[in-house]
Ligand binder design. Structure first.
Ligand code: PGA
Length: 257
């Protein structure tokens, strides 16, 4: 089932998303989360760090697995996703360092690492919640259009569009890596619950395609239509091209108002 929660402003959007994540952390004795990077989750991580600072949320028993990492960047590189996570979340909360997993972009044997990453997730008991952003081309993780729905963790070549979208974090487009390691679509889909996050009009067309268009490997996020428990937390601009919003969706908006 897909549930959409519409939020009228950015503060509401971040707190709604953070509440869903915090709810899973509180409800499970050993919660396991799949986490994204990118511009989208930053305000959500701020809200979670604030809850921790306020003494109402602990990550002491939480285990995390990040979706992806650039190939070729050391974990200490400013733009590596390990460094992003340390800066934006891990260093701000009480999660034990050993509980955080981000693929290594400089592993000597990438294929072996991909397998180990899958095994580690399985040994942790699988993910209770996968938190996802969505790329302008419909990617989730770094699963670019055309990726098999059956994919597990693997190395990918990045789309030119993705490299351009992410160039804002680098000094120039040349500096953006050309490859990444990412959980596969089947890995993501195996999470017991999925939280999809998006804000802004630029994401509206791809959300319409992913959530209400045909289920096709040319729109990787369309696989989410086959998952039994997806919540999309969207602002009004991101949701502006969705059609036939159900009463429940509108009810979400009224509750937010
Ligand atoms: P963004 O990226 O959050 O920076 O928009 C989303 C994504 O590419 O998954």
């Amino acid at each position: 089932m897909l549930r959409v929660i519409l939020c009228e402003n950015a503060a509401r959007w971040a707190s709604e998303a953070a509440d869903i994540i915090a709810g899973v952390i509180r409800e499970k004795s050993r919660p396991v989360l799949i986490l994204p990077t990118g511009g989208t989750p930053m305000p959500v991580y701020d809200a979670l760090a604030q809850s921790h600072a306020d003494g109402v949320l602990s990550f002491a028993h939480t285990t995390t697995f990040n979706l992806d990492e650039y190939v070729g960047l050391e974990p200490t590189h400013q733009q590596s996703y390990r460094a992003f996570m340390e800066r934006n979340l891990f260093q701000r909360v009480d999660i034990p360092a050993g509980n955080t997993h981000v693929p290594l972009g400089v592993a000597a044997d990438m294929a072996a690492q991909c397998q180990q990453y899958e095994q580690a997730l399985e040994q942790a008991g699988g993910a209770d919640l996968a938190v996802l952003g969505i790329g302008g081309n419909g990617h989730i993780g770094f699963n670019e259009p055309g990726t098999s729905f059956a994919s597990r963790t693997h190395v990918v070549s990045l789309d030119e569009r993705t490299r351009r979208d992410n160039a804002r974090f680098f000094s120039s487009l040349d500096q953006v890596p050309t490859q990444a390691v990412t959980m596969g679509l089947s890995t993501i889909q195996s999470a017991r619950r999925i939280l999809l996050l998006a804000q802004g009009a630029a994401k509206a067309p791809i959300l319409r395609a992913a959530l209400q268009g045909p289920v096709t490997e040319s729109v990787p996020a369309s696989i989410l239509q086959c998952h039994g428990d997806v919540v999309a937390v969207l602002d009004l601009a991101a949701a502006s091209q969705l059609e036939d919003l159900s009463v429940e969706w509108r009810a979400g908006l009224r509750q937010m108002a």
